[in-house]
Design a protein around this ligand. Structure first.
Ligand SMILES: [Fe+2]
Ligand SMILES: [Fe+2]
Length: 178
């Protein structure tokens, strides 16, 4: 079953809406990764719109290749860094079993599954049937990843900034900036 992002008592509701621009520099790293992927996802959405009305023409394939390169370079690395360095520290303060971290872990699984499907279907984009399937995968990946990034930017990272000690933030930063 999908876990709840905000616990029943709503104690983290007040975190929503805080801006990532206010994050300390050690955590802003994650927000910058998000921004990079958001830009790639917006380009992906533009490519999908073209694909819906047109065939897989050379210029849309060229744009998709650029999007794919950004995702390939950043997505798995980013999920992995959050799981290895951010979540373990944060979980010691807010718990792992329920609330934000369990939801983020669940969504990482979803994102990985959708991204694998997206990559597989991209290979068959030239056929009419393959193109339709690819569009469905691309739209799902767009929605889930954009939603995930929004929650991390507006709830998880501001929360981490409040509860982590300066030493923990420094430790995380050292790991992700190598
Ligand atoms: Fe994440
Ligand atoms: Fe993230």
């Amino acid at each position: 079953m999908r876990p709840d992002f905000i616990p029943q008592d709503g104690c983290m509701m007040h975190m929503i809406g805080e801006s990532i621009e206010e994050l300390s520099k050690e955590l802003a790293f994650f927000g910058e990764d998000h921004h990079l992927m958001e830009e790639a996802l917006k380009d992906l959405l533009d490519s999908i719109e073209v694909l819906k009305t047109d065939d897989a023409n050379p210029s849309v394939i060229q744009n998709l290749k650029k999007t794919n390169a950004v995702l390939e370079e950043n997505l798995e690395k980013h999920l992995d860094e959050e799981e290895k360095y951010l979540f373990p520290h944060l979980g010691r303060h807010i718990g792992f079993e329920s609330g934000p971290i369990s939801v983020m872990m669940y969504e990482h699984g979803e994102i990985r599954r959708l991204y694998q499907e997206y990559q597989r279907r991209y290979l068959d984009i030239e056929s009419a049937k393959g193109k339709k399937k690819f569009i469905l995968s691309a739209e799902s990946l767009y929605q889930v990843l954009m939603g995930h990034i929004y929650k991390e930017d507006h709830v998880l990272l501001p929360l981490a900034d409040k509860v982590l000690t300066d030493q923990e933030k420094e430790e995380i930063y050292k790991k992700v900036s190598i």
